[in-house]
Ligand binder design. Structure first.
Ligand code: ZN
Length: 438
């Protein structure tokens, strides 16, 4: 698979990502609570995170920050005395945000609180009940079918208390106050592609970006619970983002080895959309999956709500809802690939570098073509094809460097490689043929 390898150190290894993954996997994450805080503590080893704790009951547009969920233990004792569906063994066994319950139920009554997938009899579903008070357990259809008649003792020691919702963010300043947003969510327990891949990719992307000697744009990274988290973040920073945001991406489902998917922003032709297409095509070529905006999905729904209409798209591989393992126990460590996750970090960085380098140039003397040979710019090195490619890109650059076309527009119109155009722009700047940011 072709890839842009012109990325600076430090570069992460699959093993390093795997070690972080294995530490994050067992934590019982939810919209709120200690599992989320411990997750953010671990991510803070990679990123200097600023923590926002938004109190329960805080109004955020049409929503209210929920109570904090505490889960001490949850399991069922089967008629033969064996403990089963223990959340301590596997987080997905308990319906996330379950209310407390203790009691003995006959099998038929217990069944009303069980969740399984008849079409995927070996998968355990991921079920949440954030906004309706209920309890339940999740198991495979095969296990459910084998449950004998008898009495089942249910123990759910959970509590919903006034606490806070955890959001972490950080801003990596650049030469300009214009911002690029990377948003990802940390509310899913023990699921790999959706969603541990996103927070991990974002954290390692931050490290790569922070190591650059220079950045033109300012980069904002945020880790939050899906929906209520981005709504709360917009409540605080929406006006700022409306003024400053040039491009943003929700990073989600980016750990499996499938080609990249890009879901366009609501406006569809923003710098975010144009940069992502240029960068991601270099990784996935014709296999890049391009989706138009639709108002379902992840936090792009909030960023692209009509009052904000921010330039935010989604970068994914097998995007949420599109693969059978999604929101089940099959979306696990075996479903993703740490090599693919490393490449995803590179693809995200490549996308941000397109944005960072997307400037407008203007010819210093726009009358006729400049004489290239005299300035050592006429390509003489490489195969004929390489020389032709370089010369064509150079001619396009010098033609469209008119103060109106940015570098992405020149790449779009010419079909020339963006990185080559960027390199040639540097040479033309040094030769005094164009003006613009270095
Ligand atoms: Zn999800």
């Amino acid at each position: 698979m072709p890839s842009n390898r012109r990325c600076p150190l430090p570069s992460e290894t699959p093993g390093e990502l795997a070690r972080y993954f294995d530490r994050l996997w067992p934590l019982l994450r939810s919209l709120t609570g200690e599992g989320v805080r411990r997750t953010h503590d671990i991510l803070a080893e990679l990123v200097p995170l600023e923590r926002l704790e938004i109190p329960t009951g805080t109004a955020c547009f049409d929503w209210t920050v929920p109570t904090e969920w505490i889960c001490r233990q949850a399991y069922i004792v089967a008629p033969d005395g064996r403990r089963m569906l223990d959340v301590a063994e596997y987080n997905l066994h308990l319906v996330n945000y379950s209310v407390p319950f203790r009691g003995t139920l006959r099998r038929a009554k217990l069944d009303e609180h069980l969740h399984s997938l008849p079409d995927q009899p070996d998968a355990i579903p991921y079920v949440t009940s954030y906004y309706a008070p209920r309890w339940g357990f999740c198991l495979t259809q095969r296990q459910r079918d084998r449950l004998p008649e008898g009495d089942y003792q249910v123990m759910i020691d959970t509590e919903h208390v006034a606490g806070s919702m955890t959001i972490s963010h950080t801003v990596l300043p650049g030469d300009q106050p214009d911002e690029v947003l990377i948003s990802t969510y940390t509310c899913h327990p023990s699921l790999a592609n959706d969603n541990l891949s996103g927070p991990l990719a974002a954290a390692f992307l931050y490290r790569r970006l922070a190591a650059l000697p220079q950045r033109r744009m300012t980069y904002r990274f945020v880790w939050l619970p899906e929906t209520i988290g981005s709504i709360a973040y917009l409540q605080r920073l929406g006006e700022h983002l409306r003024r400053r945001l040039v491009a943003g991406y929700v990073v989600s489902c980016i750990g499996d080895p499938a080609p990249f998917t890009y879901k366009r922003s609501r406006r569809g032709d923003t710098p975010a959309d144009r940069a992502a297409l240029i960068a991601l095509r270099k990784f996935s070529g014709e296999r890049l999956r391009l989706l138009d905006f639709d108002p379902s999905g992840s936090d792009e729904r909030q960023y692209c709500s009509p009052g904000f209409d921010l330039p935010v798209g989604v970068i994914a591989r097998s995007i949420y809802g599109s693969y059978p393992e999604y929101h089940t126990s099959l979306d696990n460590r075996d479903f993703i690939s740490f090599e693919a996750l490393v490449e995803s970090v590179g693809a995200l960085l490549a996308t941000l570098l397109v944005l960072d380098r997307n400037v407008v140039y203007r010819r210093t003397n726009p009358y006729g073509e400049p004489e290239l040979g005299r300035r050592g710019l006429y390509p003489t090195l490489g195969t004929r094809r390489q020389r032709d490619e370089r010369l064509t890109a150079l001619l396009w650059l010098l033609n469209l460097a008119d103060g109106r076309h940015d570098l992405v527009a020149i790449a779009e119109r010419s079909g020339a490689d963006f990185d080559l155009l960027h390199e040639l722009a540097g040479e033309c700047l040094r030769a005094g043929l164009i003006d613009g940011p270095a």
